[in-house]
Design a protein around this ligand. Structure first.
Ligand code: DAT
Ligand code: MG
Length: 140
């Protein structure tokens, strides 16, 4: 099997409610391995860079405010087909549309406070991982 990586963030709405362990349990039960993890407070600049692709969207200001409001947990996850696997485990962006058993169905509050981020392509996963982790911090 070809092991690949994705980038995950446990968002402020989840860390605030003490859900880091509960979310990690869902991640690990799905067969994704947490190979790097750090709890940080995102700066305004980090959040704006990270979500730069959404800078023209109406919700951008709200998104950046939300992502910098409380600590987050940044993670690298490893699995066979890690990117699509984690997207499936996360569930739909809007928790109203998320499938049973997904992280967002279980824990998300609304479309903005949806508990987790996961990369949407292998290319973006590599860019996002490099924004937060040095290669020597990732221990597979
Ligand atoms: P995803 O996080 O599922 O990849 P996305 O990349 O389209 O979703 O959007 C990034 C984040 O922006 C999303 O997790 C929450 C926020 N967001 C997206 N659509 C939104 C909306 N209609 N209203 C408020 N926040 C939204
Ligand atoms: Mg996205």
């Amino acid at each position: 099997l070809y092991m690949s990586r994705t980038f995950s963030i446990i968002k402020p709405d989840a860390t605030r409610r003490n859900l880091t362990g509960a979310i990690n349990a869902v991640i690990e039960a799905a067969g994704l391995r947490i190979v790097a993890q750090r709890r940080i407070k995102l700066t305004q600049a980090q959040a704006e860079t990270f979500y730069g692709v959404h800078s023209e969207r109406s919700f951008f200001g709200e998104l950046v405010a939300q992502m910098t409001s409380e600590p987050v947990v940044v993670q690298v996850l490893e699995a066979d087909n890690a990117v699509p696997k984690y997207r499936e485990v996360m569930g739909a962006t809007n928790p109203e549309n998320a499938a049973e058993g997904t992280i967002r169905k279980l824990f998300a509050l609304n479309v903005g406070e949806n508990s987790v981020h996961g990369s949407d392509s292998d290319e973006n996963a590599a860019l996002e991982i490099a924004q937060f982790f040095a290669e020597e911090e990732i221990v597979g």
